[in-house]
Structures are given as structure tokens and as C-alpha cells.
Design a protein around this ligand. Structure first.
Ligand code: PLP
Length: 387
């Protein structure tokens, strides 16, 4: 069975060019980049090149990039550093729709005395800026709001929030794990203090990420030990993966226009096809401000998990809620924060595409999905009660 992979917000395929760039570092170039000898030392040049490539994608300086093990580590590092270094300020402001990599760190900090406020969203997942203005004050150390939501693809007004944070003397962090490579970014504009990203969301391997820290912003390391990464992130470098991330960044920079034309065209074809063919469906989130690759659709009165299971029989991969909440039958915290009715939140499916998807795959899903929905609704007590 061929796989039709529409779950790219969970993880992406490693690009062939990335794999190729990595392999020498898993075979012959295995030296430790910190070693004095030439064999090890030559590896450092490739880490430097990866840093240059990633900095170019972000419009950042190389000294502002710290390689980490994943998006989650970058999020942890940013939040904890900002709170540790902001003397006299003890408040963290996040949104209700952040990834658990932020929400659970916030909860942990809260247990240890940090004041945490969570900005609500409206029915479309847009931040309540009025509430944000009330919450962000002179006590605030850090405002952390994701650039784009992993479940709905919603793009948040990050620049406005950053300006709000700065007007009160607070720092601004954005979890851009889903946005990097899909949304043009230019850190040299200077309004972002910290930005998290993850390799495996942009066709690099799992287990590598990065944190951008704006020059001049104080940083307290999260992983403490040796002097790697200019003493900002200890641990022998994951050389092959760092090199892979560098190559992925280069490819992303080349591909960003395609992402916003070809990939979004495929996404729109899928979304419109579903809306045309199936009754009682709704697109969740803000369709105007959204990642080009994501659509989150509720098929009312049936369970998302049942839809996924039947799609899986055809090799079609999608997701209900975020990958991290899959396995529990709790509706996603994002859709709940948006106030979706129970019958819609439970039947939500996220389709997330990439540059490797094709029109044939979209049409295959459009052929298989309507009978699946009809079949599940036939046996749904909620659907039968309603009709
Ligand atoms: N932040 C967001 C928005 C994500 O979507 C994810 C992964 O799904 C993460 C953080 C965590 O990234 P990683 O899997 O690299 O730890």
C-alpha cells in the first residue's frame, strides 16, 4: 500500500538532499568538532556552514543561532532564561493555544512561583488582543506566543504582540516550529528576542532544533556542561543532524515561494473538494491568516479517530488534534479554547501537506473520504438523532 502523507505538521520526510549532506558525518567524518586535531576540527567548518544557512533563512546573524536537540528544548530554554534574567519581573504571558512544549513549561514555572497569564482566543483562533493588552504589564518578564498554530495553521499577530511586550519592557519569544520555512522571516528587523524552531518540521531529521537569541539579549543556558555553542548549549554537537538542518534551511529558503503557491493550491483543492462533497463540515480557524499547508476540518457528529482509522486502511495519514494528544479521546485544547461545540471538536481532522505531495494524492483522498464519512454517520447516534 502506498502512503499518502498529509501529516506534515506532525513530522516531515527528510529531504534527499538533506540525507546526502548528512551521511559523511555518520560514516567517515566522525571526529569531535571540539578536538584539536585536524580530523575533528574540520567538522567544525560544516557546523559553521549550517549556522550560516540557518541564519540566512531567518535573516539573523550566525552568533544569534544556538543549535539544540528539538523545538521543545528551544522553548524550555527561552522561557527559563527570560525568567531567570529578568530581575524584578515575575510574569509570563502565553496564549491558550500554545503547544504543550510551552504550556507545560508555563505550568511548571507557575508551580515554582511564576505568575502565568494565558491569552484567550476567539472562535477563529485569533488572539484576544484586548485581553493581551490588559495582561502584559511592567511585571511581565516574557510574552511567548507561537508564530503559527500546529493544529489550525493560524498565524498569530506576533509583531503586534512583540511591540506590546517591548512597550512594557518585557521580552518576546515566539515558537515558530510550524512557521519556519513557510513564512518569510527577517530577524534583522529586531522585534523578536527569542525564536524556536525544529528540524523535523522542515525536512531535516528528528532530534535537532535551534533557538534564535537576539544579539544583546541576556541568555542563561538551559543545558549546562561543556563549552559547545559558545557556552550557551552544552553537549557534543549532533553534527550530522546540524548539517542536515543547515541543508534543510537552504532548501526551505529556495522553496518558500513554492510553499505559498503550489502547496497552498493543493491544500485549497483538498479543502474545497471536501466542502463541496460532504455536508455538515466546517473549516476550523482563521482561513485568511493561515499557514499555506494546513487545513483543519470538522466532520460533525462523528469521531475524528474513527475517520483516521478508516483513512489509514487506504494508507492515508492525517491527524486529529496534535500528535502529542493523539491516543487520548479528549478533544484538543486548541479547539476547546476556540469554543468549538463538542460534536465539532471531536470530529476534527488536520490535513497538513508538504512540497512532496501531489494533485493525484489530493484527488485520491477526495475519492476515499466522502464514503468514509457517510458510513460513519450512518452508525453515529448523534447524527441519527439530529436527522
Ligand atoms: N512547538 C510546536 C508548535 C510544535 O508543533 C511542536 C511539535 O509538534 C513543538 C513545539 C515541539 O517540537 P519538537 O518535536 O522538535 O520537540
Amino acid at each position: 500500500m502506498e502512503t499518502v502523507y498529509f501529516d506534515n505538521n506532525a513530522t516531515t520526510a527528510v529531504a534527499p538532499e538533506v540525507f546526502e549532506a548528512m551521511t559523511p558525518f555518520l560514516t567517515r567524518l566522525y571526529g569531535n568538532p571540539s578536538s584539536i586535531h585536524t580530523f575533528g576540527g574540520q567538522v567544525m567548518a560544516h557546523i559553521d556552514q549550517a549556522r550560516e544557512r540557518l541564519a540566512a533563512l531567518l535573516g539573523a546573524q550566525t552568533s544569534e543561532i544556538i543549535f539544540t536537540s528539538c523545538g521543545t528544548e528551544s522553548d524550555n530554554a527561552a522561557l527559563r532564561s527570560a525568567l531567570l534574567t529578568s530581575k524584578g519581573r515575575n510574569k509570563l504571558v502565553v496564549s491558550q493555544v500554545e503547544h504543550p512544549a510551552i504550556l507545560n513549561v508555563a505550568k511548571d514555572l507557575e508551580r515554582n512561583g511564576t505568575l502565568v497569564e494565558r491569552i484567550p482566543v476567539d472562535a477563529n483562533g485569533r488572539l484576544d488582543m484586548e485581553r493581551a493588552r490588559e495582561m502584559i504589564d511592567e511585571q511581565t518578564a516574557l510574552v511567548s506566543v507561537m508564530w503559527a498554530n500546529n493544529e489550525t495553521g493560524n498565524i498569530q499577530p506576533v509583531r503586534e504582540l512583540a511591540e506590546l511586550a517591548h512597550s512594557k519592557g518585557a521580552l518576546f519569544h515566539t515558537d515558530a516550529v510550524q512557521a519556519v520555512g513557510k513564512v518569510p522571516m527577517n530577524m534583522s528587523e529586531g522585534w523578536v528576542d527569542f525564536l524556536s524552531l525544529s528540524g523535523h518540521k522542515l525536512h531535516a531529521p528528528k532530534g535537532v532544533g535551534a533557538l534564535y537569541v537576539r544579539r544583546g539579549v541576556r541568555f542563561h543556558p538551559f543545558v549546562i556542561g561543556g563549552h559547545q555553542e559558545d557556552s550557551r548549549r552544552a553537549g557534543t554537537e549532533n553534527v550530522a543532524s546540524v548539517v542536515g538542518l543547515g541543508m534543510a534551511a537552504e532548501l526551505a529558503a529556495q522553496n518558500i515561494d513554492n510553499e505559498n503557491t503550489q502547496v497552498s493550491k493543493l491544500r485549497d483543492r483538498l479543502e474545497q473538494g471536501i466542502l463541496n462533497a460532504i455536508p455538515e463540515v466546517r473549516v476550523n480557524g482563521d482561513r485568511e491568516h493561515r499557514l499555506p499547508n494546513t487545513t483543519n476540518i470538522s466532520f460533525e457528529f462523528i469521531e475524528g479517530e474513527s475517520i483516521l482509522n478508516l483513512l489509514d486502511q487506504y494508507g492515508i495519514c492525517a491527524s486529529s488534534g496534535s500528535a502529542c494528544t493523539t491516543g487520548s479521546l479528549e478533544p484538543s485544547h486548541v479547539l476547546r479554547a476556540m469554543g468549538l461545540p463538542y460534536t465539532a471538536a471531536h470530529g476534527a481532522i488536520r490535513f497538513s501537506l508538504s512540497r512532496y505531495n501531489t494533485i493525484e494524492e489530493v484527488d485520491f483522498v477526495l475519492e476515499k473520504l466522502p464514503p468514509i464519512i457517510a458510513r460513519l454517520r450512518e452508525i453515529s447516534p448523534y447524527w441519527n438523532q439530529k436527522n
